[in-house]
Each structure stands twice: as structure tokens, then as C-alpha cells.
Design a protein around this ligand. Structure first.
Ligand code: UTP
Length: 295
């Protein structure tokens, strides 16, 4: 069995209803944070972990994702003629990877989206990256998960403690901390009420999965919201095989949600070399003028 993770799956076929009307005809995954679309941050995260094959699950109105990672010779010629070498190299680098695109005809849920990747993943472990969960690159979440995978060769989920008021939006786990920030998971529930949740530890949008997840997904019936839930398949897997979680304590932004998207934009702009100083001054001026108006 291949034990190295060489493939990453990017489910990107959701409807993005929390971001309507922006997502009516264009993909949520192409919303930019400063100057890069969400999906590019996700691809670069996998790139940094030496992942070589990128499998995108797309759907209706998602064609610009394909264009974004394709060669763009007219643009390249233009950048070359203007001597914009650095940008030219960045544009080319993205197109050099091996991308596969699979259409999820009907968005039947995250579990179903991952099942669509089966013919390309085959019998290998693989990473799943939800591009609307933006992780600060300095926190290296995926890399830490891959290190844990190297030790256990089992399913590894990214976990985060969430406020009680947000528990109903996530899959929530029960588990035992076997070493610092590493949990052996004993149970999981999709979107529970806070009163019946087994903990405040949520599953977030990074997974290392083994190919045996596919047979569990095939048997999973539609659950919450009529969708085939990955959490339900993972729960069945848990009865047969160990599942581990890594408790992430760095910064994550739910950029599929308006507030999370705005927070990510501000934080990333404050780190962007080209704009950070002027943007910081602008932010301070906005806050000062608001405070003056209120007093
Ligand atoms: P979300 O729960 O964020 O759903 O999906 P969504 O449709 O994208 O957005 P909202 O809630 O309507 O605003 C989590 C991830 O799973 C993918 C999404 O693209 C996102 O990356 N997904 C979800 C699919 O690929 N297919 C699906 O059927 C559902």
C-alpha cells in the first residue's frame, strides 16, 4: 500500500449560498483575499507539503477555477513584453501542476463530493482541503497533520475548539487526548445542538483520508440537510479503524461566511508587503473617525 500522501482533493462544488448574490454565477472559491483567490491559497498549502496531484471537484458555474490554473499565453506574452518577470513566473508555476477536474453534477454534500474523486485517488491516502477554511500559511496545519499521518498511517482530522454558539455549524467529536493536541477519536456528531454535543471540539476543513473511506461513503445515506455527510461515513469508519485528530491552535478563517471572509481579508492585507503600511494607517483612521463620531 502506498503510504505517502501525493494527492489532494479540493471539494469546490458547493452552492455558496451564504455568499449570494456574489456566488450566483461565479464560484465562491474564486473570491479573492487581497490578490489571490481562495482556491489558490488552498493549492499553495498542498504545494508546500510536496503534494503533486490536485483533484478539483467542481460543478455548475465553476469554470473559472479551471481557467485560473491553466496556461494563459496571451497574458504571459504581455507580462514578458513588459518585463514583469516575477508575476510571469507565478502565473506559470500554477499551471505546471497536474490538475484533474471532476464535475459533481448535483451538490449532494461534502461526502458525495469526496466520493466523486475515487477514480482519481484510487488506492492511495489523500488530503482533502476545503478552500473556504483559510489557514494562516505560517501555521503549517497540513504539514503537521501529514507528520501525524506518517506515524499512525490512519485517518487524521483537523480539529478546533469552537464557541458554544457555533457548535451547531460543525461536526463535533468526542475523544481522548493521547499526546499534546493529538486525539484518538471515539465518536462524532454532525451539527449537534450545543446541549447534546459531546464536546466543543469541531472538525475543520483539512483531512488526511485513507482510501477505505470510499466504501463507507458509498454506503452512507443522506443525513442532515439531505446531504451525504462525510462525518457520517467517518463515524462508520471509526467502528472499524482508528481515527485521529490534530487540535489546531493557529488561525483559521471561515471565508465562506461574510464575517470570516472580511476578517481574513483584513489580516492578510496587514501582512501583504505591497499594501500593509498604508492599509494599517487607513484602518486606524477609520477606527479613530468612528470613535470620534460615537463620543
Ligand atoms: P459548505 O458547507 O461551505 O457549503 O461546503 P457551500 O454550498 O459551499 O456553501 P453554503 O453553506 O451554501 O454557503 C463545504 C465545502 O464542501 C464543498 C464546498 O464547495 C465547500 O468547499 N461542497 C459542499 C461540495 O463540493 N459539494 C457539495 O455538495 C457540498
Amino acid at each position: 500500500m502506498i503510504k505517502t500522501v501525493r494527492k489532494a482533493v479540493f471539494p469546490a462544488a458547493g452552492l455558496g449560498t451564504r455568499f449570494l448574490p456574489a456566488t450566483k454565477a461565479s464560484p465562491k472559491e474564486m473570491l479573492p483575499i487581497v490578490d489571490k483567490p481562495l482556491i489558490q491559497y488552498a493549492v499553495e498549502e498542498a504545494e508546500r507539503c510536496n503534494i503533486k496531484e490536485f483533484i478539483m471537484i467542481t460543478g455548475k458555474s465553476k469554470r473559472t477555477i479551471e481557467d485560473h490554473f491553466d496556461y494563459a499565453w496571451e497574458l504571459e506574452e504581455n507580462l514578458k513584453s513588459k518585463g514583469k518577470q516575477a508575476m510571469l513566473e507565478e502565473i506559470r508555476r500554477l499551471a505546471q501542476h497536474q490538475f484533474a477536474y471532476i464535475r459533481q453534477g448535483v451538490p449532494l454534500g461534502l461526502g458525495h463530493a469526496i466520493l466523486c474523486s475515487k477514480p482519481f485517488v484510487k488506492e492511495e491516502p489523500f488530503a482533502v482541503i476545503l478552500s473556504d477554511d483559510i489557514i494562516d500559511p505560517e501555521d503549517n496545519l497540513l504539514e503537521k497533520m501529514l507528520n501525524i499521518y506518517d506515524k499512525y498511517h490512519a485517518t487524521i482530522l483537523a480539529l478546533e475548539r469552537v464557541p458554544k454558539a457555533e457548535i451547531h455549524r460543525y461536526g463535533i467529536i468526542a475523544g481522548e487526548e493521547i499526546k499534546k493536541n493529538v486525539f484518538k477519536i471515539t465518536d462524532m456528531v454532525e451539527k449537534p445542538k450545543p446541549s447534546s454535543a459531546p464536546s466543543d471540539i469541531a472538525i475543520i476543513g483539512r483531512y488526511i483520508l485513507t482510501p477505505d473511506i470510499f466504501s463507507f461513503l458509498e454506503q452512507t445515506q443522506p443525513g442532515k440537510g439531505g446531504e451525504i455527510q462525510l462525518t457520517d461515513a467517518l463515524k462508520s469508519l471509526l467502528n472499524k479503524k482508528p481515527v485521529y485528530g490534530y487540535l489546531f491552535e493557529g488561525k483559521r478563517y471561515d471565508a465562506g461566511d461574510k464575517l470570516g471572509y472580511l476578517k481574513a481579508t483584513v489580516e492578510f492585507a496587514l501582512k501583504n508587503q505591497a499594501v500593509k503600511d498604508e492599509f494599517r494607517e487607513y484602518l486606524l483612521s477609520v477606527i479613530i473617525s468612528k470613535l470620534n463620531k460615537e463620543s
